[in-house]
Design a protein around this ligand. Structure first.
Ligand SMILES: [Zn+2]
Length: 353
């Protein structure tokens, strides 16, 4: 006797279903990997020893590896540290055959079929470029394929949104910022709206025509700071058929509400506004960096930004199944789960890279 699909499914355990849904890998478009590799540059095989086990445990198939320059290197060392972070990434990947740096959709597909974890180099804040538009081309040649103009601070391109419900600078991009955005679209670099202030966000929408992304953010409905995005901004991304990656760190201002359940609420809110094709994962796991800081550095970080709470069951890539399990418990179908875990980001790569 043959079993139909539905009967076969009904005998599948939740853990088996997660395994099947993860078989093609999860795409997480924001991870502070190059910065940590750079800080640990005197050690060997950091990628293989310190990152690979968790990435494999979570079935991660592609990571957005974000170049980010810490305040202490600015302004003089911004370019040098940016280049060094990329250099460390290449050196580490060369030593570990499980990874491949990808520059196009075709490369991503090919490396994934070969079983590799694909790395897409992204840039969080254009400080490495200074005010030199020509350097965009240099970073493009090195593999940078997604750029967000700012982190929380001001730079030559624009202003970041503050970690408060109001108070971000009211002006939009600088002339340099506008040129960068036009050039990114022309070159084939994905434009990432994470962190930009509301005025800059609107200006980028007006300047561009292709799908826009927000690699890692949260809905202001549940965490009302200008670093996150409003319902109107969510609708602007949806109207462009872009994708929003949901961040696991600014899930709630209240510790007891920083849960996987509330993390899912951000997804459901975005889906209710713009549909299942425009939401994905941008975990922004940085607990491993936070853990390395002294009490004093942590205190300063909380003072500078805001109170944030790591979600206890979702602090690193090895916890990815806790997220998928919750999607299943909430009644999401296989097709929708695969879009959230992988296919929505892959559509963006196919359209833009
Ligand atoms: Zn960020």
């Amino acid at each position: 006797m043959e079993f139909g699909t539905s009967q076969r499914m009904s005998h599948e355990s939740i853990e088996d279903r997660i395994k099947r849904l993860h078989a093609n890998g999860i795409v997480d478009l924001h991870f502070d990997l190059p910065m940590d590799l750079f800080e640990k540059r005197d050690r060997a095989n950091v990628l293989a020893n310190e990152f690979l086990p968790e990435l494999e445990a979570g079935d991660i198939g592609l990571l957005g590896a974000a170049i980010y320059i810490e305040d202490r290197y600015l302004a003089e060392m911004g370019l040098r540290v940016g280049l060094d972070q990329i250099a460390r990434l290449y050196a580490e990947v060369q030593k570990c055959e499980r990874f491949a740096i990808c520059k196009s959709f075709a490369e991503i597909v090919r490396e994934r079929e070969a079983g590799k974890i694909a790395l897409l180099i992204t840039m969080e804040g254009v400080e490495p470029l200074g005010t030199d538009l020509d350097l965009l081309r240099v970073f493009y040649e090195l593999g940078v394929r997604s750029i967000g103009l700012t982190h929380a601070r001001r730079n030559a391109a624009g202003h970041g949104g503050v970690f408060a419900a109001s108070g971000s600078p009211r002006d939009g991009l600088t002339a340099f910022g506008r040129e960068l955005i036009r050039e990114c679209e022309a070159l084939g670099v994905i434009v990432d709206l994470a962190h930009i202030n509301p005025a800059g966000f609107q200006e980028i929408v007006d300047l561009t025509t292709k799908p826009l992304i927000v690699s890692h953010t949260n809905a202001r409905k549940y965490y009302d700071v200008e670093r996150n995005i409003s319902d109107e901004q969510i609708k602007l991304i949806g109207a462009r058929r872009g994708v929003i990656g949901v961040n696991s760190v600014l899930v709630s201002p209240h510790k007891k509400e920083a849960t996987v359940d509330r993390y899912l609420d951000h997804f459901e809110h975005i889906i209710n506004l713009i549909g299942i094709d425009c939401v994905a994962v941008g975990f922004d796991f940085f607990e491993f960096i936070y853990r390395q800081w002294s009490e004093e550095v942590r205190r300063q970080f909380h003072k500078k930004y805001t109170d944030f709470h790591f979600v206890p069951d979702l602090t690193n890539h090895s916890h990815a199944r806790n997220f998928t399990r919750k999607l299943i418990e909430r009644g999401f179908g296989d097709d929708d789960i695969e879009k959230i875990l992988r296919r929505n980001w892959m559509r963006i790569f196919e359209e833009l890279l």
